[in-house]
Design a protein around this ligand. Structure first.
Ligand code: ADP
Ligand code: MG
Ligand code: ZN
Length: 501
């Protein structure tokens, strides 16, 4: 354990953390939430994706983006949430320069999805996080803090500019119950949610690009007590690692304050990645401060059963189901998780499995997660086999040759290297490797008997119970130029020696 981890462990004997996570993610749509502006503004010059609606000019009217609604419905169904027949839009009122309307159109009383759950795996076992709600809203503009002189004020110092490209972009907010108890659970929840959002195509959910923004509400209570303590909201964590670190830091900071008898205040804190610490940003608003009320410019939104059915039918295989399916094929739970967490590995696994029906899944998963996958990436193999000259079919054929023993494992590795390097067809490689001695016990036994005859002392050692089996196998592998299956050789050597030949 690191010193920091030990300190946290000490603290956690006395206190229990209570954590709830709020995640905002940008939805993958062609246009913005309530206007026709393109939502693909990521690399555009400032204020080039704007119109009167998303600039917040008076007298304009919002129009609901159907695709954004469907993304939230899909996410809601994927987390087994309840979808109400009728939801409404509400104004969340506050003042800030990135919100010229003075309000954000959001959902409050009736979210588009409620009472969901997401199961995660942690180092301490499986855990299910209850999800309170998922709702739709619009993003704010972006403040750019710039040099005042460059910005033209001439005053020196700094000034802030507003870029409205992000204003009105569709956002989904997903809020959990305060179920989470450790920083690791929080990180795992965020990771699993990212995987899910990507799988259903709702969001690219890249944390570093601000497409997925994680906020953690953290409080402590003495172990064995029920009542929640004063919570602090932590923002500005732009990686999963930062989520775990920031929560760990906050737990320790609050415990120290509580131990010292200092009262905690309900506040918003930011995570400083450089200092690896949270700092106070402002005191926290309560929802009453926002004076929510129904949006008069938009009608309530009705979601009928047929619409829900269409969205449900269009859902792809979800990460959890995919992991279960892989595990049922005989892949370890660990490997299944590694593959499903990586779209490239998943695509490769699917393509190679499809190209080699009957191929043991374990063989494919070892290839996909192992050193060869890295070699394959380096040489341009992709799932479709189009980028490099190696193909899923070629790889599947070589893996099959290894699995059925027509080439030995070391030889097979060599052939895979060749296929990945220059795309030599698998059939050619296998044919050139010659008939595999492995499938031919008689040929192997010839080598084995020769080795036994030449090493009477080792035979005596074996019979005396000494661990010399590896020596025999090594000698046989050498005699066959490495082209034998070591496992088969081991079995045959044992049989020969035990049989008293
Ligand atoms: P707000 O609208 O101020 O963000 P919410 O009631 O929506 O507040 O809660 C935000 C998040 O805080 C939720 O994930 C919730 O589970 C969590 N939360 C509420 N109370 C606490 C608490 N005492 N400690 C930790 N998390 C909490
Ligand atoms: Mg909040
Ligand atoms: Zn617009």
């Amino acid at each position: 354990m690191t010193a920091a981890a030990e300190r946290v462990a000490g603290v956690m004997e006395r206190y229990e953390a209570v954590i709830g996570i709020e995640i905002h993610c940008q939805l993958r749509t062609a246009s913005k939430m309530f206007c026709g502006c393109s939502n693909a503004y990521a690399d555009a010059p400032p204020n080039t994706h704007t119109c009167p609606v998303c600039l917040g000019l008076p007298g304009t009217l919002p129009v609901i983006n159907r695709r954004a609604v469907e993304h939230v419905l899909a996410a809601g169904l994927a987390i087994e949430a309840t979808i109400p027949e009728r939801t409404q839009w509400e104004r969340k009122n506050y003042f800030y320069p990135d919100l010229p309307k003075g309000y954000q159109i959001s959902q409050y009383a009736i979210p588009l999805a409620a009472n969901g759950r997401l199961a995660i795996e942690t180092s301490e076992g499986p855990f299910t996080v209850r999800i309170t709600r998922a709702h739709l809203e619009e993003d704010t503009a972006k403040l750019v803090h710039a040099d005042a002189v460059r910005a033209g004020s001439g005053a020196g110092g700094r000034t802030s500019l507003v870029d409205f490209n992000r204003s009105g972009a569709p956002l989904m907010e997903i809020v959990t119950e305060p179920d989470i108890r450790t920083a690791e659970q929080a990180r795992r929840y965020a990771e699993e949610l990212q995987l899910l959002l990507r799988a259903i195509g709702a969001s690219d959910a890249d944390m570093e690009r601000g497409q997925m923004r994680v906020e953690a509400n953290v409080s402590l209570r003495p172990r064995g007590t029920e009542a929640f303590g004063t919570r602090v909201e932590v923002k500005n964590m732009n990686s999963f690692r930062a989520v775990e670190r920031a929560i760990g830091f906050e737990i320790e900071r609050q415990a120290r304050a509580l131990d010292a008898g200092e009262p905690l205040s309900m506040e918003t804190r930011g995570w400083d990645d450089g200092r690896q610490a949270t700092y106070r940003m402002r005191s926290k608003e309560t929802s009453e401060d926002y004076r929510y009320f129904p949006e008069p410019d938009l009608p309530p939104l009705h979601v009928d059963a047929a619409w829900i059915e269409r969205v449900q039918a269009a859902l792809p295989e979800l990460p959890a189901a995919r992991r279960r399916r892989y595990a049922a094929l005989g892949i370890t739970g660990y490997d299944a998780a590694v593959i499903v967490a990586d779209p490239g590995m998943t695509a490769a696994f699917e393509a190679i499995s499809a190209a080699g029906p009957g191929l043991p899944a374990k063989e494919v998963s070892n290839f996909v997660t192992g050193a060869h996958a890295r070699a394959a990436k380096a040489t341009g193999f992709n799932a479709a086999g189009t980028a490099g000259r190696s193909t899923p079919e070629g790889i599947a054929a070589l893996l099959a040759a290894i699995a059925d023993g027509s080439v030995s494992r070391p030889k097979g590795r060599e052939l895979l290297d060749r296929h990945l390097a220059d795309g030599t067809p698998a059939t050619e490689l296998v044919a050139a490797a010659g008939p595999g001695p492995i499938s031919d016990d008689a040929a192997l036994l010839g080598h084995i008997d020769a080795v036994i005859a030449a090493n009477p002392k080792a035979v005596a050692d074996y019979r005396a119970g000494r661990p010399v089996i590896g020596f025999f196998v090594g000698q046989v592998m050498k005699a066959t130029g490495g082209a034998a299956d070591a496992a088969r050789v081991t079995t045959l050597v044992r049989e020969r020696l035990d049989g008293g030949a």
